[in-house]
Ligand binder design. Structure first.
Ligand code: 13P
Ligand code: SF4
Length: 371
């Protein structure tokens, strides 16, 4: 998968080395257990559902991106928040927590390739073109999977952030504020959600930042209701319609459920689609004996299969659909983060510049108010 980073924020990797010669994997887990207990009065660990089991086992709170953002905003008494997730999630947590708190990302290379598909300079260029093409009001909506600078852009332009669990509500809100929306960076979440809301595909266009004027004419911008950014998740885009057909042919009783970051054709061919929390909830509430082929990240699918042995839960894909950047957070880097806190010299602290945070918070607050 693509492996790019927002170089405007991540300059270098400060990950300290705890080598395997120094400590075996098993010893890392033993020390982690001890140090977590020792520092529990001042450290809380948040873990996204896509984290590997050896990391999630140390999380005090697990959740999807929306739940973790909400939890971070409510954690006032813990000076240190270790965020086992990806960079944009830790940035969001930093903006929602107080100045007395530090948010730590155990591996600074844990980025999100989709987030990197929209850069501030590209958005500025696209925005200028769109504004020159139409007098109608365009409301920018960004998926939370983006750099803080883009959240700030949205905050300053009357827009909102969304996550996969509230995209529909936020898009509905945005379309009540203006005539059109610019949705970035994930074209699939934007398209799938708008289509579900009854907006026909003919009212949507795709802006490709690699092409002159995004590959669009002013006329196309004028006509469109929804302008989708050409971004995608390499993990979810890996699921195919053929996989859905194969599963259905092999076992017609299987319910195919996918994340809306999967492409339109896969989403349409599947029985159901929804955010990470939606998928978890659907499986949890299903009767014993239910069968699911799930189109999302493999660590979550495997965990669900272990949690519900009385249900059949398999990955929709025969290949490993692993988010390799989430996977960069390893137990030994989590341990290094704890050790550094114990030494009063925290590492990998994620700090969003004040002006960026101020503008971003306008967009985050709009999301939290709408939701
Ligand atoms: P959620 O909003 O469902 O947690 O998804 C985040 C993500 O990165 C999915 O790929
Ligand atoms: Fe980003 Fe996709 Fe990984 Fe989610 S699964 S963090 S969208 S690369």
């Amino acid at each position: 998968m693509l492996d790019l980073f927002n170089d405007d924020i991540i300059k270098e990797d400060h990950k300290p080395k705890i080598s395997e010669e120094e400590l075996s994997d098993a010893d890392v887990l033993i020390e982690l257990k001890k140090i977590k207990e020792e520092l529990k009065h001042k450290v809380v660990v948040l873990g996204h559902h896509y984290q590997q089991d050896d990391v999630i086992n140390f999380a005090d709170i697990t959740g999807d991106s929306l739940q973790l953002a909400r939890e971070a905003a409510n954690l006032k008494d813990k000076p240190y928040i270790i965020f086992c997730g990806v960079h944009f999630m830790a940035e969001t947590a930093d903006m929602l927590t107080g100045p007395h708190q530090k948010v730590i990302l155990p591996d600074l290379r844990a980025g999100c390739s989709m987030a990197d598909m929209a850069k501030k300079s590209e958005i500025d260029k696209a925005w200028a073109f769109m504004k020159s093409a139409t007098q109608e009001k365009i409301i920018p909506v960004t998926y939370i999977n983006c750099a803080a600078t883009l959240k700030a852009f949205v905050g300053d332009n009357e827009g909102s952030i969304c996550t996969s669990s509230n995209a529909e509500k936020i898009i509905r809100w945005a379309l009540a504020q203006g005539e059109k929306i610019l949705f970035f960076p994930d074209q699939h979440l934007g398209r799938n959600t708008c289509f579900k809301m009854g907006i026909p595909l003919s009212d949507m266009v795709v802006y490709n930042p690699k092409m002159h004027n995004g590959g669009l004419t002013a006329e196309q911008i004028k006509k469109a209701k929804v302008i989708l950014w050409y971004g995608f998740c390499s993990v979810h885009q890996g699921f195919t319609v053929d996989q859905v057909k194969t599963i259905k042919q092999t076992d017609p009783d299987m319910t195919v459920i996918v994340h809306p970051e999967c492409n339109f054709e896969v989403t349409q061919a599947s029985d159901d689609n929804g955010s990470t929390s939606y998928i978890i909830d659907k499986i949890a509430k299903a009767a014993a004996g239910a069968k699911f082929a799930v189109g999302t990240e493999i660590n979550l699918v495997n965990r669900l299969a272990n949690e519900y042995p009385n249900k059949t839960i398999v990955s929709l894909s025969p290949y490993q659909c692993l988010c390799t950047t989430m996977y960069r957070v390893r137990p030994r880097w989590l341990l290094a983060s704890f050790r550094a806190i114990k030494d009063n010299n925290p590492i990998n602290v994620i700090t969003v510049p004040e002006d960026v945070a101020r503008s971003s918070l306008k967009a985050l607050d709009r999301m939290l108010a709408v939701n």
